[in-house]
Design a protein around this ligand. Structure first.
Ligand SMILES: Cc1ncc(COP(=O)(O)O)c(C=O)c1O
Length: 390
């Protein structure tokens, strides 16, 4: 990858957010410029066309995730909002005192805090599923901790720190065996894996557009239509109503019931372009490309005595590690001088850091534009860091 001024740049932070293909930038610029108008309300032709584009994007998302139909797609601002929506709407209506929510040790704060807030409100309790030795969610332990009071299991499909891939179908079967619902946090899976909601058999699936080569400010909640039908609205305002009257208001059917206010018009159009782009590359090819790079990087890091590697061998394009005697922030700063961009920190997964026994890790994550030259540059930077720190 090169910067706008043509210098080489080794971007290894795609798990935080992906760089955008020109097709996405162009789609967003067109939507903001010559095509711009509101949706769902205007009687003039440009608004009608924008509405068609907006709803075409919803259908494209439905097709991309293997949904039964576009009514299962709620367009939100990001994965964080999608999970909060489920917690507040479905959780508020279905959980009570003594009910249990199962999370895992490796969850992103976005898939912890909304459930803690819900638990506080309803009196529900949270159980934490541990990890295996090689840092996967331990499905044996999950099975043992499920019970008749378990109402929800909420797990990352792919860990943003470790790249561990969940056997999501097995998790769904386990959750359903006790009548619980399964929410998958697909933030890191959606940009890396082919998705099929029927095959996964989960109940809720959340992801963000900006990690999928689209813009920030747009995300997706997929949910089974019958669940959405039964869920109360969570935010009130325009666009989510059927009829407003001071005597009482009635609501629109889903997904509009969950999309109050003027939506993220240009972001949705750009998300459509991003999905077209990713589909043209092919999610299976992307997965193979990134796992091969992760394997290569793990091999190179393993040859250094000073490095501790986290996560499983077959991690999905995300590699976390620690260097003895070097804080990840120092490593990140030195690497930046070499035009290598990694992430250093707790990655919004403080309980996982606690489990790994480190305050932070260095994380390299790959995208469709990554190649071996990025690994070579990273290794050169690490060797230089070793020389600096003696
Ligand atoms: C696994 C996972 N879940 C949730 C999120 C939250 O995504 P966003 O901040 O786009 O809402 C992230 C982002 O880093 C993530 O990696």
């Amino acid at each position: 990858m090169v910067t706008a001024t043509g210098e080489p740049w080794h971007y290894l932070d795609t798990a935080a957010t992906a760089q955008k293909p020109q097709a996405v930038i162009d789609a967003m610029a067109r939507a903001l410029g010559e095509d711009y108008a509101t949706v769902h309300r205007g009687v003039y032709s440009r608004s009608a066309e924008m509405t068609l584009g907006y709803e075409a994007a919803r259908r494209r998302v439905a097709d991309f995730v293997g949904a039964k139909g576009e009514n299962e797609i709620v367009l939100v601002r990001g994965a964080t909002e999608a999970i909060n929506l489920v917690a507040q709407s479905w959780g508020g209506a279905n959980l009570g005192e003594g009910d249990r929510i199962v999370l895992s040790t490796l969850e992103h704060h976005s898939n912890i805090v909304p459930w803690q807030m819900l638990a506080e409100r309803t009196g529900a309790e949270i159980d934490v599923c541990p990890l295996t030795e090689d840092h996967r969610i331990d499905l044996g332990a999950l099975e043992a901790m499920l019970g008749p009071r378990t109402k929800l299991v909420a797990l990352a499909h792919v860990s943003n720190v470790l790249g561990s891939v969940l056997d999501a179908r097995a998790a769904a079967d386990l959750a359903h065996s006790v009548g619980a619902k399964l929410l998958l946090d697909g933030c890191q899976a959606a940009p890396r894996m082919a998705l099929d909601m029927t095959a996964l058999d989960c109940d809720f699936y959340a992801f963000s557009g900006h990690k999928l080569y689209g813009p920030t400010g747009i995300g997706v909640l997929w949910a089974r239509e019958e669940l959405l039908e039964a869920m109360p609205p969570w935010q009130g305002g325009g666009a989510m109503i059927d009829k407003v009257d001071f005597g009482g208001t009635t609501y629109a059917p889903p997904p509009q019931r969950f999309e109050a206010g003027t939506p993220m018009i240009t972001e949705v159009i750009a998300l459509h372009a991003a999905i077209d782009y990713v589909d043209a590359v092919g999610p299976e090819r992307l997965f193979a490309h990134e796992t091969a790079l992760a394997k290569q990087l793990r091999g190179a890091l393993r040859s250094l005595n000073s490095v501790t590697l986290f996560g499983p061998e077959d991690s999905a394009g995300i590699v976390s590690f620690a260097m003895k005697g070097v804080h990840p922030h120092d490593l990140g700063t030195i690497l930046d001088e070499e035009d290598v961009a990694i992430r250093a920190g707790h990655h919004c997964a403080q309980p996982l850091m606690e489990h790994l026994g480190v305050p932070a890790t260095a994380r390299a994550s790959f995208g469709l534009y990554s190649d071996e030259s990025d690994i070579e540059a990273l290794m050169r930077g690490i060797e230089r860091t070793q020389r600096i720190f003696g």
